[in-house]
Design a binder for this molecule. Structure first.
Ligand SMILES: C[S@@+](CC[C@H](N)C(=O)[O-])C[C@H]1O[C@@H](n2cnc3c(N)ncnc32)[C@H](O)[C@@H]1O
Length: 122
C-alpha cells in the first residue's frame, strides 16, 4: 500500500471498524545519501502520516511519527503539536545515537472524530 493513495485513511477506518486510538509511523524513504533530498522526502512522508492521523484518529488519540533531523524538522514538529494536548520529541534507546531519526510523540488529539461522509449508496 502506498501511503499517498487517496483512500488510505478510509481503508484504515474500514479495517478498524472505526477511528484509531493510536497512529504509529516509521515511514522513511530509500536513502540515497544526498542529505537534503533524503530529509525532504522523509519530511513529506511524516506530513503524510500526520495527514492520515488527522483523518483516522479518535478524540484524545495519540501519534508516534518518525522524523529526520534537519532544517524542516522544527516546522513540522510545531505544526503537528497544534493538534495535540501534549507533545514532545523522543529518541528511543534502540535508535543509534549517530542516526538522525527522532520521533514526534503527540498525546491527546484535540479534534473530535467525524465519520467520513457516505456517498448516496453508502
Ligand atoms: C525504516 S523502514 C520501517 C521498517 C518497519 N518499522 C519494520 O519494522 O518493518 C521505512 C519503511 O517506509 C516504507 N515506505 C516508504 N515510502 C512509503 C510509501 N510511500 N508508502 C508506503 N510505505 C512506504 C518503506 O517501504 C519502509 O518499509
Amino acid at each position: 500500500m502506498d501511503v499517498y493513495a487517496d483512500d488510505v485513511p478510509d481503508r484504515i477506518v474500514a479495517e478498524l471498524g472505526g477511528p484509531a486510538n493510536t497512529v504509529l509511523s516509521d515511514l522513511a524513504p530509500s536513502i540515497i545519501g544526498a542529505w537534503d533530498v533524503d530529509h525532504a522526502r522523509q519530511v513529506d512522508l511524516a506530513r503524510r502520516a500526520l495527514e492520515i492521523a488527522e483523518k483516522v484518529l479518535d478524540h484524545h488519540g495519540n501519534v508516534l511519527i518518525k522524523l529526520f533531523e534537519g532544517p524542516e524538522r522544527k516546522k513540522l514538529q510545531d505544526d503537528a503539536a497544534l493538534y495535540f494536548e501534549r507533545s514532545r520529541l523522543l529518541k528511543p534507546k534502540a535508535s543509534r545515537p549517530e542516526a538522525s531519526e527522532i520521533y514526534f510523540l503527540g498525546l491527546g488529539f484535540k479534534t473530535r472524530w467525524h465519520q467520513p461522509r457516505m456517498g448516496p449508496n453508502g
